[in-house]
Design a protein around this ligand. Sequence first.
Ligand SMILES: [Ca+2]
Length: 249
Amino acid sequence: MRRLHSALAIAIAMAVSPAAVQAALYSDNFDTYVAGSNIQGQGDFIYWDNSEDLNSHGLVSDAFAFSGSNSLMLGGHGGAHYTDPVWQFADANTGVSPVSSGQWTQSAMVYIPGDSNTNYVDFNYMSSHPAPLTWSGNPRFQMANDVVTGPNGGSMPMAGLRDRWFEVVLELDLDAGQGEIFVDGALLSTYDWNAANGNEFDGIDYWAPADSSALYVDDISLTAVPEPSAMVLSVLACMGLMLRRKRSA
Ligand SMILES: [Ca+2]
């Protein structure tokens, strides 16, 4: 019986070990870019609607960083221009996305300075980009109102989130068409990912109006949620069979 438990423990360990976690399909830590450079055209970032717009730049910044020396500044242009870079998963020309089924985790580290008190920054999740454009919910960091809001009426105070890095996570089930947004570990929103236009994840449009205060984002990633491997499942099945035989003996 002890051997049985050991085998079971190994199987469970294999199922949850870091080695079983898949590498991110997309990720960016902004540390290979030049501070002050425009993010559009670097990494997997493109312009909104894949159309060059010099008034929409997000800037690589070395003012704050969760990893390395750089992050991406959203807003913070003092009224000079809005911010609108798109982190694109789908082919920028055909719109065909490799993220069209299964479960996914999209994570980002976020920093909001205590003196960022103007307007807002959106993380606009999109199920279709470029055209036809389809929105699929968004957390909105309302610096002016000191609150974070999300789809389906989600809301939480921003006060405890300032002047430190916190994680924003989208748990996405494309098979069920459901999105869940977590901010600093707390559930902000559960909602229908896209009732109107199929199930897909094409990219994130980071939008801030021209006079929005700065918000910084770092270590963004999109990772498939791994299912237990066939080997682990077969081991667990054998364990169940052996337990049943032992009980009936
Ligand atoms: Ca970084």
